[in-house]
Design a binder for this molecule. Structure first.
Ligand code: GLY
Length: 397
């Protein structure tokens, strides 16, 4: 593993602030008896979504259902790594039985978001016993079953094989793959690595534009595997670049690089950084140039994590330093501007945007923003190492 340079001191302070905010989350959000989890804030308070809220179509609107329930335990595992507090470990563990039944959900690709931060990261961090992993194994199988070998992609939306959903693939799936990479890396069926690798290669081929920006949603003919359409679901238009989609790509392809060592997957970070406003807060979609446009701090945190991963993996010293520097500088901006220091408000990372076109979670904290921001801070302040994060031995360039 490459030797890392120490982070700027202000990031140590941001990590401590993140831990304090995580402690507040532990003290007030949800009780073990409530089978609902923080999703996005509305008016400064968490909207608690029932864990079994299923995804599905209502007319042309697709509801992702509860794809965020795993992040709460992920935040608690991270906080426990930072504090060694037993109560925090117990809190993370206590919510897992509520998540477990979702492992057999056949309506979503978001099994990675549900089961990686909660079960896989808990195990990789040494805080969850191996004997507790059966639901994660079931989730891995459910996710792998969504792979369509005709188009080499994992079906994103809807019931397996359901006609209107069978051809869907989104860029977000790249960040569901960490569950498969983790399972493959700990001696799971080798076909899991192959499914993840083939999906990643397809995503690099169909989602990336020439300029390094990404489409959000692609549609295939599920029978022939032919690509039919490239566009968006949560972005401004089919031709635009949804900023969180871009950050899922940056981080998801970096993770795929850790798992495969295939550098051709890495083409997305420059586009993001070239368009990042001076304050480090991307607009929800890069085509929305209105200064009043909602920003998405969660996209910034995810992108920062992506370049920090590359800042450890890239074979060239100068590039490693430059990538790590980009990630650290961005985290250094998010700390003062978006880290919640107000005890009366819920959430840790504020100023994020779930879905502007659907009017949801505008100027919010989000479960995923809280988690990935914490992961990025823990990684760069060396409270967490890369192998522990991903749960396998990373390929070094
Ligand atoms: N569906 C994942 C996201 O909104 O980013």
């Amino acid at each position: 593993m490459h030797v890392r340079e120490g982070p700027p001191p202000e990031l140590g302070g941001a990590w401590q602030d993140w831990l304090r905010a995580a402690r507040r989350e532990l003290d007030r959000t949800p009780r073990a008896s409530d089978a609902a989890f923080p999703h996005v804030t509305e008016g400064g308070r968490w909207r608690l979504l029932p864990v079994d809220a299923r995804s599905g179509w209502t007319g042309d609107v697709y509801d992702h259902g509860n794809w965020t329930a795993g992040f709460w335990s992920g935040v608690m595992w991270l906080a426990a790594l930072g504090t060694s507090d037993r109560q925090t470990v117990e809190a993370a563990r206590s919510r897992l039985p509520q998540l477990a039944p979702q492992a057999s959900d056949t309506t979503t690709h978001d099994l990675g978001f549900l089961f990686y931060p909660s079960f896989a990261f808990g195990r990789a961090s040494g805080l969850l016993e191996g004997s507790a992993l059966e639901p994660a194994r079931a989730a891995v199988s459910s996710l792998a079953r969504r792979f369509n070998p005709r188009g080499d992609y994992i079906q994103a939306f809807g019931h397996l094989g359901e006609q209107r959903s069978a051809g869907t693939s989104t860029i977000d799936t790249m960040m569901n793959l960490p569950l498969l990479w983790w399972a493959a890396g700990r001696g799971g069926d080798p076909s899991l690595q192959e499914v993840a690798r083939r999906h990643a290669r397809t995503s690099a081929r169909v989602f990336l534009r020439e300029d390094g920006s990404t489409y959000h949603l692609c549609r295939f003919d599920p029978l022939s595997g032919a690509l039919l359409h490239r566009g968006t679901y949560q972005g401004a238009s089919d031709a635009s670049c949804w900023s969180r989609g871009q950050s899922w790509a940056i981080c998801g392809f970096a993770w795929a690089y850790a798992a495969t060592g295939e550098p051709e997957l890495l083409r997305t970070a420059d586009y993001f950084w070239e368009r990042l406003p001076a304050d480090g807060l991307p607009p929800w979609d890069f085509s929305d140039q209105d200064p009043a446009a909602p920003r998405d701090a969660s996209a910034a945190a995810i992108a920062a994590l992506g370049v920090l991963l590359l800042g450890e993996l890239d074979p060239h010293d100068a590039r490693r330093r430059s990538l790590a520097g980009r990630g650290q500088a961005l985290l250094g901006q998010l700390g003062p501007s978006c880290l919640n220091r107000e005890p009366q408000q819920d959430g840790i990372l504020l100023r994020s945007c779930y879905s502007k076109p659907h009017g949801q979670g505008i100027d919010s904290a989000t479960g995923w923003g809280d988690f990935y921001f914490g992961v990025a801070l823990a990684l760069t302040t060396q409270r967490l190492d890369l192998a522990t994060l991903v749960g396998f031995t990373p390929q070094q360039g």
